[in-house]
Ligand binder design. Structure first.
Ligand code: PHE
Ligand code: ZN
Length: 881
């Protein structure tokens, strides 16, 4: 394993590779501990490179067994071959073939990068730098080659043999118990998109006819017995293919599209050309074991990986600094797809909640980095919320700035101009700039600066002049490595609302450029005036969350209450409630911290009554509006000297007050919650279930004697996983009678389904009880717990670290110490997954004194570990810097 303290790699040092690799022919002979790989590479010197320039290929724990150049062996002095590299000191000046033989032990590959085994099947993961663990290569995204893959294995263990591209040939190997398959991918691609799979897998099939009339065979491969859980994934795939044609004009380009679900996977899923490999939690679903959130996630991830075929595969990244070129753009595309499939408002609110809970804290702490970083030491640590989610927000702003048509023109030009390229953010932006004649120079700062801009607004109404004036500032707080920042272009979608609740328009707006209902902020501070307003309107700013900023608009209770009732923009209606609730939660937290009174302001409790009784609201929206900001959200808003116990107490007090005040309404909601006979995962049904779950939660928190029975019955009667896990969570987290019985019931019902059992672990990992940590520790000895399976590890350990603030950040430091131990146990086996777990420390400096001291101690202990991986070294160093 890699333990070297690697030097940082810098964007400004980019150089194209000195050699092209035009074709790659792989011959892979599978065996559990000794797979043989022969790679035949057609290599050509790049124009302008001096003849004889050494050919340097990457390796990583790669086992060299031999080579030939143009069919001839080389003197040992003519090359260097070790675990990390293969160098041909003086390659031929003319195009040549290099044949390299290596040896792989898939069984021993616990990092799940390169070729490994999952449940007895062979699979690969090559992004970002896994291909070099299979064979030596110019393992970088700007080296594009046409791949032909021959896979050979024993018929008994590898009935299915899959590769990238189209199937070409297959057959038995006479006189043996082995067979082979040959796959050819005509589209040049970087090595990180290579994949192969082999094993005894079952599949479901379907097909899709593309807009130009080509029939594509679609298959989803799973472990035998799981075929009946693929319907939703297949349906999502077909809808994705159609949507990408309709909305972006992107048509699929191979004869087959294969998806394989595996149960050991470091990430969510991978967009390998024509052969997507998925973490099975983003494929498998049935009503008995999947929640509505699972269904939504599957739909989104299937779409995301499929959409990569154009944004990522046909057009890829020049280097890993450009990761957001494919990821931010593809997240934006999958968000738009989900919005079109479901409720756009609900999707937007959910996405913003995710951005604020994951990306904002990252962007405010030691792990902050620009959407396009300028340096890294371990690229696997840059698959972050900033690259993905903030990256998507930046693309969304581009659309807001340029309008629907301008955005589409830019995308069309991008596809047309860069198809087949490995390119950059500059090239991407140039397409939009040229297609719409817009200068995007200042806009590009969104890719270059870390940190969430803070936008402050102070407004003043002058009745005589009939003017509303806004004093607006934007700034980014100093960050490690970024002491100062430059103003960005911030699109603020806005509305002015009259007393009757209808939007009013100003006769003229001065002080900022305005495009339609979007105000463009471009300066550190500016004064914007709305003219011709008879009465003071209520301001609705940042509608639809038109920019990834923190907004401090200094609006009073009356205005925010008004917005919560009347804003025509559903996002801002939701936001107004959130803003009010957050202010109250911060006040209550300070009270709780000084052991003061936790009396909740009646006016705020009443706002929730208004939402509850509003017949016009969609249930899914209502459910979101009723949900108070999470503990991490409150912590982030407080920002320093955070006391998680006080936050928890404040939030529970608020919930009890809402529950008690509106008991009858919640009761009524529960009474007419639909008891549908057949389950449907559609958005409308999911919305009803989400609202019923909120009602049940508030009913429980109101503390009436009837509550425990009600929750228990909800658990028993549940005919789908959403309802069942909702009730189970309440039983366990509120420590209600029969919680243990419910856990035992759940376990016996689902013990053979690992995705359902992951939920069982998570419910217990996130319980805020005083002995929550002890419970988690005990569960690590449970027969079903397995530290080596990433999903299971995350369901218990990472769920605890990220979803149980009171116990993780315990005053006695035991929570931090436990997670540090887990990181150190995991690191030698799977450094990528260990490093991701370690990021849960990123906000440690914002905790109150005692707690942050304990966190630092835990970090220092990790830092002192011998042979710490490069992955964890990078995170721990940045956390401590
Ligand atoms: N490229 C994958 C995705 O977004 C994520 C991934 C990265 C998977 C690295 C595996 C390894 O869609
Ligand atoms: Zn992606």
């Amino acid at each position: 394993m890699r333990t070297d303290t690697a030097a940082a790699i810098h964007l400004e040092d980019y150089q194209p590779a000195p050699y092209h690799i035009d074709t790659v022919d792989l011959d892979i002979h599978l065996a559990p501990t000794a797979t043989q790989v022969k790679a035949t590479l057609a290599i050509r010197r790049r124009d302008g490179v001096a003849p004889g320039t050494p050919l340097w290929l990457n390796g990583d724990e790669t086992a060299f067994t031999g080579l030939a150049v143009n069919g001839q062996g080389l003197e040992e002095s003519a090359y260097t071959a070790n675990e990390r590299e293969l160098v041909i000191h003086t390659p031929p000046a003319e195009p040549f073939t290099l044949e390299v033989r290596t040896w792989v032990n898939p069984e021993a590959n616990t990092q799940l990068s390169g070729l490994y085994r999952s449940s007895g099947n062979y699979c690969t993961q090559c992004e970002a730098e896994g291909f070099r663990r299979i064979t030596y290569f110019l393992d970088r995204p700007d080296v594009l080659s046409v791949y032909t893959t021959r896979i050979e294995g024993p018929k008994a263990d590898t009935q299915v043999l899959l590769g990238n591209g189209n199937p070409v040939e297959s057959g038995d190997i006479p006189g043996t118990d082995r067979h082979y398959a040959i796959w050819h991918d005509p589209h040049p691609k970087p090595s990180y998109l290579f994949a192969m799979v082999a094993g005894n897998l079952a599949h479901v099939s379907d097909s899709f006819v593309t807009s130009s009339g080509r029939k594509v065979d679609l298959k989803i491969y799973v472990e035998p017995g799981k075929e009946d859980r693929c319907d939703w994934a297949m349906d999502s795939l077909k809808r994705s293919m159609k949507w990408d044609e309709d909305v972006f004009g992107c048509e699929y380009d191979l004869d087959v599209f294969n998806i394989v679900a595996v149960s050991d996977f470091n990430m969510g899923a991978m967009e390998n050309k024509g052969l997507n490999i998925f973490n099975d939690k983003y494929v498998l679903a049935d009503p008995e074991t999947a929640t509505d959130q699972d269904y939504a996630n599957i739909e989104a991830v299937i779409a995301h990986e499929y959409f990569h075929n154009w944004t990522g595969n046909r057009i890829t990244c020049r280097d890993w600094f450009q990761l957001c070129l494919k990821e931010g753009l593809t997240v934006f595309r999958d968000q738009e797809f989900s919005s079109d499939m479901r409720s756009r408002a609900v999707k937007r609110i959910s996405d913003v909640r995710l951005l604020r809970s994951h990306q904002f804290p990252e962007d405010a702490g030691p792990l902050a980095h620009p959407v396009r970083p300028r340096q890294y030491t371990e690229i696997n640590n840059f698959y972050t919320a900033t690259v993905y989610e903030k990256g998507a927000e930046v693309v969304r702003m581009l659309k807001t700035l340029l309008g629907d048509d301008g955005f589409r023109k830019g995308m069309d030009l991008y596809f047309q101009r860069h198809d087949g390229d490995a390119t950059t953010i500059e090239a991407f932006l140039a397409c939009f700039s040229e297609a719409t004649s817009t200068d995007l120079g200042q806009f590009a700062r969104w890719y270059e600066q870390a940190g969430t801009p803070l936008v402050t607004v102070k407004s003043q109404f002058d009745a005589t002049a009939q003017e509303l004036t806004l004093d607006i500032t934007q700034s980014i707080a100093p960050l490690p490595g970024q002491a100062t920042s430059q103003p960005a272009v911030i699109p603020i979608r806005f509305g002015l609302i009259g007393q009757d609740g209808a939007d009013v328009t100003a006769s003229r707006i001065t002080g900022a450029e305005v495009r339609g209902d979007v105000l463009l902020l471009t300066k550190a501070s500016q004064k914007v005036t709305f003219h011709g307003l008879e009465h003071r309107p209520v301001l609705s700013l940042l509608r639809g969350f038109s920019a990834p900023v923190r907004l401090e608009a200094h609006q009073n209770l009356a205005d925010l209450t008004f917005l919560a009732r009347h804003d025509s923009d559903p996002f801002n209606r939701w936001q107004a409630v959130q803003t009010l609730a957050t202010q109250e939660l911060i006040r209550l937290t300070h009270e709780a911290h000084k052991k003061g009174s936790l009396e909740v302001d009646d006016r705020l409790v009443e706002i929730f009554g208004t939402i509850l009784s509003d017949q016009g609201l969609d249930p899914a929206f209502k459910a979101l509006a009723l949900d108070l900001p999470g503990e991490a959200d409150i912590a982030r808003e407080i920002g320093k000297n955070v006391d998680p116990d006080a936050i928890h107490a404040a939030r529970m007090a608020f919930r009890s007050a809402i529950g008690a005040a509106h008991l009858a309404a919640f009761h009524a909601l529960l009474a007419d919650a639909p008891q549908e006979g057949t389950f449907s995962p559609d958005a409308a049904s999911a919305g009803k279930r989400a609202l019923a779950a909120q009602a049940l939660g508030y009913f429980a928190d109101a503390g009436t004697p009837a509550a425990p029975d009600k929750v228990w019955h909800a658990f028993q009667q549940a005919n789908n996983m959403t309802d069942r896990i909702g009730a189970l969570t309440l039983l366990v987290h509120r420590n209600l009678p029969r919680a243990e019985q419910a856990l035992a019931d759940f376990r016996s019902r689902h013990s053979d389904n690992s995705l359902a059992m992951d939920k069982w672990f998570t419910v217990q990992a996130t319980t805020p009880a005083k002995d929550g940590l002890e419970r988690v520790k005990a569960l690590t000895a449970h027969p079903l717990f397995d530290m080596t399976n990433p999903n299971r590890m995350r369901s218990l350990i990472q769920a605890f670290a990220t979803g149980n603030h009171v116990q993780f950040a315990r005053k006695d430091g035991e929570g931090f110490a436990f997670i540090a131990d887990c990181v150190m146990t995991l690191d030698p086996r799977n450094p990528q997954v260990a490093a991701r777990l370690l990021t849960c420390f990123r906000s440690w400096r914002s905790l109150e004194g005692e707690r942050s001291k304990h966190a630092e101690k835990a970090l220092l202990r990790i830092s002192a570990m011998e042979k710490l991986s490069r992955d964890c070294r990078d995170i721990v160093d940045r956390c401590l810097q």
